[in-house]
Design a protein around this ligand. Structure first.
Ligand code: BTN
Length: 245
């Protein structure tokens, strides 16, 4: 694992089945929980993904939410999804060669170009957030619009034992947004397709950086740079590597 160290014992609650670990985090936050607290379930009956999609959640994969308090607001709070992706990369590097692992904007984790982890950050009230992470370890869903795979060689518990300190270390490095420059640097170092042509919704351009609010920066053929804040990124085939200066 690369990245900073963090040692205190995490608080972890484990369930055999939940509707969704993010939903349980929301219930706990509504009841006054401030975290840090980890909520882990073997199975989810209503796992949710980004863009209102469902997340297939059968036994064997990891489904976990970290409930935390942050002083960051607005755009800075959105930076947490980059913090989380970086932490999953740190932890996954224990089980796969780091060069085969990449982060796809904003927070999908890829192994040899195929997705094995998704992150869903949700705000629960003024200062509490839930960082939900789903990691394919044993099986991957069928019929996805993008290639999927598993991070083999780790049980949910083994990955969690590495992921909990990795995330807390990255959250501490982020420092409620004051340390985003370091997070951004680490994220860009591990990003998929940096310097390549990508499609993002209706826009196509060279992926040339990450804005302070986490927007994807795309440079068009004319040379102007546009910030893309939502939607999916895809990589056109046989991408030409272009200078991103
Ligand atoms: C994505 O669509 O890429 C994000 C998927 C996030 C799934 C995880 S599994 C644990 C947590 N609980 C949920 O219901 N969703 C997240």
């Amino acid at each position: 694992m690369t990245g900073p160290e963090f040692t205190p014992e995490p608080r972890l609650i484990h369930f055999e089945t939940l509707d969704s670990t993010n939903e349980e985090a929301r219930r706990l936050a509504d009841a006054g929980e401030k975290g840090p607290l980890w909520i882990w379930s073997d199975v989810q009956t209503r796992g949710r993904g980004r863009h209102g999609r469902s997340w297939v959640s059968e036994k064997g994969n990891l489904f976990v939410t970290a409930l935390l308090t942050t002083r960051a607001e607005g755009a800075a709070r959105g930076q947490l999804s980059f913090v989380a992706a970086l932490a999953v990369h740190d932890a996954a590097s224990r089980f796969a060669e780091a060069e085969h692992l990449r982060i796809k904007w904003p927070n999908d984790l890829l192994l040899d170009g195929a997705k094995f982890c998704g992150v869903l950050v949700e705000a629960f009230g003024r200062d509490v957030v839930g960082i939900g992470m789903g990691v394919n370890l044993d099986h991957a869903p069928d019929n996805t619009p993008y290639p999927v795979t598993c991070l083999r060689g780790a049980t949910p518990r083994a990955l969690l034992d590495v992921l909990m300190p990795a995330l807390m270390a990255r959250v501490s490095e982020w420092d409620d947004g004051a340390g985003f420059a370091t997070i951004r640097q680490g994220w860009l170092k591990r990003a998929a397709a940096l310097g390549n042509v990508v499609d993002a919704g209706h826009d196509r351009g060279v992926f040339c950086g990450l804005a302070d609010d986490g927007a994807l920066l795309l440079r068009s053929e004319r040379g102007d740079v546009k910030a893309v804040r939502s939607g999916e990124v895809s990589f056109p085939s046989l991408l030409a590597k272009m200078d991103c200066a």
